[in-house]
Design a protein around this ligand. Structure first.
Ligand code: PLP
Length: 401
């Protein structure tokens, strides 16, 4: 129920009162954590008319070499939450937003986000990969950050409407995709430390090329973080919130300084158990074909790709185990040959072989350090489903256009 679909501004606050109410929202959220999440709320995200579009020739130039996260489509989706509920939903012009310098997100980082992709299949149709899973995780992240819960169907609807408006921006071919970034933040102007009473939800979209530039899959090297942890028990590691990434940047910079592509984190208590990378989950393939990944302990982000890989590995006949993995097992397994392959997975790079674990005094290389057979087979199956080349046996693809 968009109230101002012709307004090309995403300015949050000061707008019309919300047209939609969430019955289970607290009357006054100064008292506590927002809990609005009524499944009765219907947000339509109607598409505004008259939004300026980038001329076709310029768009074609961008799509020929999109890179990652540099270019954005013509539209964005928006909704605003207040204690009355969700409203001001629309798909409107992508553009700068106006925030008070006192907006709570700028001070206390009350923010969550998601990342998912839409793919153009050979027949021209456009599909999202498991958007319902991202909607569920977004809701779980919001709860942890004391943000209001956006109903899962509204999350999916916002993605559908945005992609419908920007369908010409979905690149075709190879592993090209339209990367979708839903996010939600405390837009209330208030410096007190408490859950915000005004929250803005936006979805922006960015065409993305193949992570590997269409070339050979290149194994990545991983620096084992020596002094930093990503998440602690009781913290926010299982939520997709901006603060987790801010906290990982110094460790990532340390990895780069050591010539590595990514950083791996161990648990914060014993500094012994393998958790994940700054932005990807980790998998190990053993010499008997078993596929192992760190169990979800509350400090690891439950990747949508991770759960898809677990299923595909089972489909391909592998035993699959979720358990704790000692970093010593990683080192010794590479040395003894017990670990034959290591790979990382996430929406951006899908499945990426790990060529080496790098520490100050040693380098642990699984197999020959190249792309292993199991890694390649899982990657192939997953990208085939995403690109519409293989049967979608698990109903993962959601048609958008
Ligand atoms: C910390 C972290 N772990 C794992 C993942 C993989 O999650 P997904 O497969 O849902 O992209 C991501 C990427 O979003 C991430 O940021």
């Amino acid at each position: 129920m968009a109230s101002d679909t012709s307004t090309p501004s995403a300015t949050a606050g000061g707008g019309a009162p919300s047209a939609v109410s969430a019955p289970d929202a607290p009357a006054s959220s100064t008292a506590g954590v927002p809990t609005a999440g009524s499944q009765d709320v219907r947000l339509d995200f109607a598409v505004a008319t008259g939004v300026p579009r980038l001329p076709e020739a310029e768009r074609a130039e961008v799509l020929a070499n999109p890179g990652f996260g540099k270019h954005f489509t013509d539209h964005m989706a928006r909704a605003v939450w207040t204690p009355e509920g969700w409203g001001q939903d629309a798909v409107l012009a992508h553009g700068p937003i106006t925030l008070s310098p006192a907006a709570a997100v700028l001070h206390y980082a009350q923010e969550v986000f998601e990342g998912l992709k839409a793919y153009r299949h050979a027949d021209g149709s456009v599909w999202a990969f498991r958007p319902e899973a991202n909607a569920r995780r977004f809701a779980a992240s919001a709860r942890r950050l004391a943000l209001p819960v956006l109903p899962e169907d509204a999350f999916v609807r916002s993605v559908e409407q945005l992609v419908a408006a920007d369908v010409d921006w979905v690149p075709a071919g190879g592993e090209n995709s339209l990367y979708l970034r839903p996010f939600m933040f405390a837009s209330e102007s208030f410096l007190g430390v408490r859950p915000a009473t005004e929250v803005t939800y936006l979805v922006i979209a960015s065409p993305a090329g193949s992570y590997f530039g269409g070339g050979e899959i290149t194994p990545v090297s991983i620096w084992l973080s020596q002094e930093y942890s990503r998440a602690a028990p009781g913290g926010t590691g299982a939520a997709k919130c901006g603060g987790n990434y801010a906290a990982s940047l110094q460790a990532q910079a340390e990895a780069a300084a050591h010539g590595c592509d990514q950083v791996a984190f161990l648990d914060a208590v014993e500094h012994r158990w393998v958790e994940e990378l700054g932005g990807m989950n980790l998998f190990f393939v053993l010499d008997d074909g078993t596929v192992v990944t760190p169990a979800l302990t509350g400090t690891i982000l439950e990747g949508v790709t991770r759960s898809s890989v677990l299923q595909i590995a089972r489909d391909l006949g592998h035993d699959v185990v979720e358990r704790r993995i000692d970093v010593a097992e990683w080192r010794e397994g590479c040395e003894s040959g017990r670990i034959t392959e290591v790979f990382a997975c996430g929406t951006a790079a899908v499945v990426t072989p790990v060529g080496a674990l790098v520490e100050p005094d040693r380098r642990s290389v699984p197999g020959d350090g190249g792309t292993g057979e199991v890694t390649a087979a899982i990657r192939q199956r997953l990208t085939d489903v995403q690109q519409g080349r293989a049967e979608d046996a698990h109903g993962w693809m959601h048609r958008l256009v």
